[in-house]
Design a protein. Sequence first.
Lengths: 79, 234
Amino acid sequence: MRATVLVRPKPGILDPQGQAVESSLRELGFSVGDARVGRVVDLEVEARDPASARAEVERMCEQLLTNPLIESYEIELPS
Amino acid sequence: MTGRPRIAVVTFPGSNDDRDALDALEQLGATAVPVWHGDERLPDVAAVILPGGFSYGDYLRCGAIARFSPAMKAIAEFAAGGGLVLGICNGFQILCEAGLLPGALRPNASLSFLCRDVGLRVERVDTPFTARCEPGQHLSIPIKHGEGCWFVDAALLAELESRRQIVLRYEQNPNGSVSDVAGVCNESGNVMGLMPHPEHAVDPLLGSTDGALILRALIAAAREASPTLASAAV
């Protein structure tokens, strides 16, 4: 089963990458604000159903894919 | 001052300051013992240094992969038993990811890789790493990192302050680190991490010998912790 994990810097965490992207976009003439840069992890998970896949990916997030002190995550699975 | 305590320096794939750490330890009076990250057991040593570098290419997050190296399990047990562990730069990042030290290290606020001497203030001298410093002493030690912006939230910072776990602060914050923190220790004080590189500041030819204050303190504490050496010294 295909799973996607979206990893984001938590609100309030300084995100210099987001700031750099935002200022570059502004230089290109786009009116943007509050850009934040995270990470996407695409995975193939062996699981019987979406619920067990989600539980499995949550464990991956807690053990390796994210650092809960500085990052939040969202898991996307086929509905 | 008798006997050379044995101190391990762990090499991960991508470590690049391991040899400088080994050389500095030998120069300052220890027997430096190289350890490969794949070793499941630590040799007979009285302290462990996790050196600087870019373990596993800094993939995912700095230190996030290295913390699963077989040697890290042995190091966590060594630390839990009161063993002395010093993490320098990438070693600090690994100790944070492993949960042996509080906080996480994020990209520098400037996004620039910083490589220069920085001024530090010693906040605490009753640790095995700073016992040779004076309270509030100024140290000049180089940094060289892209991700040295140490982060904890306000609640955790207040806890760490009340337990006096902040050991070193930058005099002028180079990287956006919370509360100017350059080095922290664990609650019992036997594990410390810092972004500056004491092993690069042990020879007058390189501009400063302030790093030797930290490494000599570690060596002295390691000597005390070595049963055979400590009894020989009496």
